[in-house]
Write a protein that binds this ligand. Structure first.
Ligand code: BTN
Length: 242
């Protein structure tokens, strides 16, 4: 991935993922980041909404990677790694962990959510990686533990702007996407597991039962060992630590 990504800054939009999708359908190839100050209809995983907040980071990257469509799901893991490294750049020493499939946590609380989407356009299969990071504010959502970067900065350190975060993130993302393209999922999986939250812990997954979070496999599926010692591979859903 030699191209340096372009950046478009929108004062307001419905959703940066939707904005990227419109661009892809209109023939934009990327790599391109769309960043906004305000999202009216921010979208989260599993059909949820994503609340915006002044000073928070909301951006989506548009890519045509030429990877088989089955491999594109692995780009979500790449994004989470790139976000964790970016946040460490601004908050050295803080312990950012990754929750399957692609949340970023700080001390067990969610600081970043990622919404990967794919589709077919005039230039082939597009990949959009939508990233929401709580920089200044953590929205209050019942039964969810959520935090913001502001809470873990060293005394005297200033909170980076969304645009400063994007400059680092876009570069980290290019590096990790190039690794995925050139070397496949093996190094991505290994780096992701090094930062995994809750490996070895008891989990439940809505509708799919309970077990122990044992691993992620070579496709990115979560491997859950059940009480009868069988291993269930889970491709989508939300895990709860019990
Ligand atoms: C999640 O549910 O954890 C994923 C949240 C993803 C939110 C980001 S904010 C920028 C981009 N635009 C959207 O509409 N969603 C993603």
């Amino acid at each position: 991935m030699a191209d340096r990504p372009g950046i478009r800054h929108l004062a307001e939009t419905d959703s940066t993922n939707s904005a990227c999708q419109r661009l892809a359908l209109a023939g934009e190839r990327g790599p391109l980041w769309v960043i906004t100050d305000r999202q009216r209809k921010g979208r989260g995983r599993l059909g949820r909404e994503w609340q915006d907040g002044a000073g928070n980071f909301m951006a989506s990257g548009l890519f045509h990677l030429g990877l088989p469509i089955g491999q594109l799901a692995q780009a979500g893991f790449v994004s989470a790694l790139a976000v964790a490294e970016t946040l460490e750049h601004f908050a050295p020493g803080a312990d950012f962990r990754l929750k399957w499939p692609n949340d970023v946590l700080l001390d067990g609380a969610k600081i970043c959510g990622i919404l990967p989407e794919t589709g077919q356009g005039p230039n082939g299969v597009w990949l959009i990686l939508g990233v929401g990071i709580n920089l200044a504010h953590a929205p209050v959502i019942a039964d969810r533990s959520i935090c913001a970067l502001r809470e873990c900065l060293h005394p005297g350190a200033s909170l980076p702007s969304a645009r400063q975060v994007l400059d680092v993130l876009a570069s980290r993302m290019q590096d990790w996407l190039a690794i995925l393209q050139e070397q496949g999922f093996v190094p991505v999986r290994s780096a992701w597991l090094d930062r995994a939250h809750g490996l070895g812990r008891s989990i439940s997954i809505s509708g799919l039962g309970e077990g122990v979070f044992e691993d992620i496999d070579e496709t990115g599926a979560l491997c859950m060992r059940r009480a009868d010692q069988s291993v269930k591979q889970i491709h989508a859903g939300e895990i709860f630590f019990t």
